[in-house]
Design a protein around this ligand. Structure first.
Ligand code: SF4
Length: 347
């Protein structure tokens, strides 16, 4: 089947102008590399990666704020492991942990409730980083903490929404994209309909090699027929309306706010903050701290890479001073980071 799909892509691409499709999600980036899809595409079909790795788009200032909290004697930081090596303007959480801060790696936000109950004399702060995929679990944790009367658990939210980022990309004159491979996991929550505002060919895709090839065939067919639609090639798990229970929980706990994306800048209404009703769980409101804004200049090109303008190989640091062990920028930190994926499958 794989070979037949590749052949179909070749047929559809023949005679067409150079086309660039963006896979928005970091999991797609890894699947594409693993299956060697970039290499077998016709020369006029290029895949570029987008801003779909939540760790990569978490800004310096957020990490700096987390570090300030981590250095407070009565605070325990709870976080997913990926966040430990993301650098702020001067350090990362792994270094602060090595220096004695109480930073705990968790596998689900719900683990925070147990930590909070076991440490009633401490403030437990969860670093809520992620897209629509993980936000419902964070919302469920906040609702559980409220219903159980847990009063020493707080959330530092840098959760982000994918559709506003895609809208920003389409309005960015430097970005040239002919179609989107839309993130399957995000679409499970928000549904295909949430992407209907896109005015270029776009396909919700699964993560197996064949599913990605089918999505590419869909994009090429749309271009062939002069259509620009949002379609679903992941019907087994993604519904047009998404997961209504998860959406209800999200709107109960969070509101949308303007948010800063690392290397990209502020995107209107692209972040999730806690609603007023849950202000008692908002770390920034309950435990305000001063975090100086520092403009750090490095040759890191994550901002352009996340917009699909250049590839990691265009960064002068790639593979020389920046690698997964010594990550300079956030795209090299997470296994789903674009630079980390390129590194893993290039060396
Ligand atoms: S290789 Fe490292 S420094 Fe260069 S863009 Fe990627 S993360 Fe940034």
């Amino acid at each position: 089947m794989f070979n037949a799909l590749v052949k179909k892509i070749e047929q559809l691409a023949e005679g067409k102008r150079p086309l660039r499709f963006m896979e928005v999600c970091g999991t797609h980036t890894v699947s594409i590399f693993r299956a060697g899809i970039r290499q077998i595409l016709p020369p006029n079909v290029e895949l570029v990666s987008g801003p779909g790795c939540p760790v990569c788009v978490t800004c310096d200032e957020y990490v700096d704020r987390a570090i300030v909290y981590a250095q407070m004697p009565d605070v325990i930081i709870a976080t997913f492991g990926d966040m430990l090596k993301v650098t702020g303007t001067y350090a990362n959480l792994a270094e602060i942990s090595a220096a004695g801060a109480d930073i705990r790696v968790i596998y689900s936000p719900l683990d925070c409730i147990k930590i909070a109950k076991e440490n009633p004399d401490k403030h437990v702060i969860f670093l809520a980083v992620g897209f629509e995929t993980t936000a419902p679990t964070t919302a469920a944790t906040i609702l559980t903490a409220k219903s159980q009367g847990v009063r020493n658990l707080f959330f530092l939210s840098a959760q982000k929404l994918v559709p506003p980022a895609l809208e920003m990309l389409l309005n960015d004159s430097e970005v040239r994209v002919d179609g989107f491979l839309l993130p399957g996991h995000v679409a499970v929550v928000i549904g295909v309909n949430a992407f209907k505002f896109l005015k270029i060919p776009s396909v919700v895709a699964g993560f197996e090699a064949e599913e990605i090839l089918l999505a590419l065939i869909n994009l090429l067919t749309q271009i062939d027929e002069g259509r620009a639609e949002v379609t679903n090639e992941y019907k087994s798990v993604v519904k047009p309306e998404g997961n209504l229970t998860a959406q209800k929980m999200l709107s109960q706990v969070f509101c949308t706010v303007d948010a800063e994306w690392r290397g990209i800048g502020e995107i209107s209404q692209s972040g999730l903050a806690l609603n007023e009703e849950f202000a008692d769980f908002d770390a920034e409101k309950v435990l305000p701290v001063n975090v100086p804004k520092i403009n750090r200049r490095t040759p890191c090109r994550c901002g352009e890479i996340l917009r699909g303008i250049v590839t990691p190989k265009d960064c002068p640091l790639f593979g020389k001073v920046c690698d997964p062990i010594h990550a300079v920028g956030p795209c090299m930190v997470s296994v789903e980071g674009i630079c980390a994926a390129w590194y893993r499958f290039s060396f």
